[in-house]
Design a protein around this ligand. Structure first.
Ligand SMILES: [Zn+2]
Length: 224
């Protein structure tokens, strides 16, 4: 089970393993048996390429924010499967899309970091979907993946239904960098979805305060 992460509790790992055995792979996009996310569905995802740049506010701590595509259709289904249905292997084809995007739209980064979940949330879900994506992307790009240096030390209410300003206030100060390992490093900060980018912004502030020289936000999907 190469997809298991350190943050997973033993019970969640065992539960997910048994679920995989009991329920064979079914495509997250179209339901086809034998696939986690089939090539046909992957090919239907429209990447936004250079238009993936998400507008940011002035004084942003992010050097840029890129999205692979929009949060709808097959991509939305795949993200939901990864995030809420315990279908962790869906991360592999999604990470392949991210890697291909980076090949076509290179960014100058040295280390890949996922947006962290609070430990309580990670325990509830059994894993952090952003961390799995980051690990898979690290395998494909041979870049270092750092899942230790950035932590979410404050549990924040869900962002759904909040305005952009409320979202920013909600997550401000929720993240913290541990140690000195990020001094002068250019970071690629990975998450599944960006709505207003408030969470990525809060992470970027913490990363800059922790010594990172650059922070690029990189997500699978952005809201239209
Ligand atoms: Zn499919």
């Amino acid at each position: 089970m190469g997809l298991l992460t350190k943050a997973e509790s033993g019970w969640a790992s065992l539960k997910n393993y048994l679920l995989d055995l009991l329920f064979p792979p079914r495509c997250a996009g179209c339901g086809r048996l034998g696939y986690w996310f089939c090539e046909r569905c992957v090919s239907e995802i429209q990447t936004v390429e250079d238009r993936g740049t998400v507008p940011r506010r002035p004084n942003s701590a992010l050097n840029g924010l890129r999205a692979l595509g929009y949060f709808d259709g097959r991509l939305r289904k795949a993200i939901h499967a990864l995030k809420y249905s315990g279908r962790r292997p869906v991360a592999k084809p999604l990470a392949q899309l991210l890697a291909r995007y980076l090949e076509n739209n290179p960014l100058p980064y040295e280390v890949i970091m996922p947006v962290p979940l609070h430990l309580k949330r990670t325990r509830e879900r059994g894993y952090n979907q952003a961390e799995i994506l980051a690990q898979e992307l690290g395998n494909l790009t041979s870049k270092k993946v750092d899942v230790q240096s950035l932590i979410r030390h404050r549990l924040t209410p869900a962002q759904v239904g909040l305005s952009e300003e409320e979202r920013l206030t909600n997550v401000r100060g929720a993240f913290q960098v541990l140690g000195e390992g990020l001094q002068g490093k250019a970071v690629l900060l990975v998450d599944d979805v960006a709505t207003t980018g408030a969470t990525l912004e809060a992470c970027a502030h913490a990363l800059r305060a922790g010594g990172a020289s650059k922070v690029w936000g990189f997500v699978l999907a952005k809201e239209r």
